[in-house]
Write a protein that binds this ligand. Structure first.
Ligand SMILES: NC(=O)c1ccc[n+]([C@@H]2O[C@H](COP(=O)([O-])OP(=O)(O)OC[C@H]3O[C@@H](n4cnc5c(N)ncnc54)[C@H](OP(=O)(O)O)[C@@H]3O)[C@@H](O)[C@H]2O)c1
Length: 291
């Protein structure tokens, strides 16, 4: 079936919103965006009836329980949204014989690696959010072998809540900030991830076989501290930044110390050029300061 009408969940999230902005440049597709009110993933049993009303030819699930620390105390809800609902959507897509794309996280890995994680590296989450996303991956693929999962990391956008916007706000308000400097990862501009996701739809329509797990993150790697330093420079802000260790900044949920994703597979399979994270950050900050 040729993909034309695409149902996208999580329309108010960073990725959902960036997809809605990008969608206008792809008139060959009809995107239908739904928020939590129109489709609540905490009720997986109701999803099939709602999807029937839209008759989509593909489903993209950007909705998720993304509150990493809160997930430690809201385990049931986080698991329902990130695992059971994702498996239900995968099953519905299988029944309707349509593609299903959902997103996962670098937090499925334990953080002990010394080189970028491959898509088939063993997963071993160190926090409950990571566990729910890992369960979601496995349950969705078990329900529908054609499921496409894109793991991503350190997502930012001009829309929604993220590190870039928090840092810009805090740097305006405070003279000095302590930032964790011993966790390494790859920042990802949700706009670039949205464009890559649309490239998957285009490739599927061209007959390319795409299924299973992929990694997408902007090129390069950094620490939260160096990320903050770049935000400060690009936004032209004044604030004294000090690198601290994760031990000095305890959080409810443990974070992996190294969560760099290897993106070779998606680059090769889609012929993608992934922009450097600094270039992407510059675009995002420009968007934030000029709109
Ligand atoms: N953010 C990151 O740094 C990061 C890192 C790695 C992977 N990811 C993954 O990337 C994907 C996109 O993340 P994002 O950054 O766009 O997340 P986000 O900005 O937190 O957006 C998540 C969206 O999911 C919606 N949602 C939450 N509970 C829901 C429910 N019960 N029913 C329906 N919708 C619900 C939220 O609705 P409301 O707007 O109403 O709250 C929000 O719009 C997710 O799968 C996430 O796990 C994100």
């Amino acid at each position: 079936m040729v993909i034309h009408k695409i149902l996208v969940t999580g329309s108010n999230g960073q990725l959902g919103w960036e997809l809605s902005q990008a969608a206008t440049s792809y008139p060959q597709f009809e995107f239908v965006f739904v928020d939590r009110n129109a489709m609540d993933l905490s009720n997986p049993d109701e999803l099939e009836g709602i999807i029937q009303l839209f008759t989509p030819s593909a489903i993209i699930n950007t909705a998720a329980y993304t509150a990493v620390d809160k997930a430690e105390s809201e385990k049931e809800l986080a698991h329902t949204i990130n695992a059971e609902a994702v498996a239900a959507l995968a099953g519905i897509a299988k029944k309707r014989n349509i593609p299903f794309i959902s997103f996962s996280t670098d937090y499925v890995f334990n953080g002990n690696a010394e080189r970028p994680y491959l898509t088939d590296t063993k997963i071993e989450p160190v926090n409950y959010y990571g566990q729910t996303k890992a369960d979601g991956e496995q349950m969705a693929i078990a329900a529908n072998n054609n499921t496409i999962i894109i793991r991503t990391s350190w997502v930012f956008s001009s829309h929604g809540n993220n590190f870039v916007k928090t840092m810009m706000r805090l740097m305006k308000d405070k003279d000095a900030l302590n930032i964790v400097g011993d966790q390494r990862g790859r920042p990802t501009y949700a706009k670039d991830l949205a464009l890559a996701t649309i490239q998957i739809l285009i490739a599927l329509n061209a007959g390319t076989v795409i299924k299973g797990i992929y990694h997408y993150a902007n090129a390069g790697e950094t620490t939260w501290f160096k990320f903050a330093e770049k935000i400060k420079e690009l936004a032209g802000l004044e604030c004294n930044l000090t690198a601290i260790t994760s031990d000095q900044f305890p959080t409810l949920a443990k974070r992996p110390s190294y969560s760099v994703l290897d993106t070779d597979k998606i680059e090769k399979d889609l012929g993608l050029h992934i922009p450097e994270w600094e270039i992407a950050l510059k675009q995002c900050i420009h968007q934030l300061t000029h709109s």
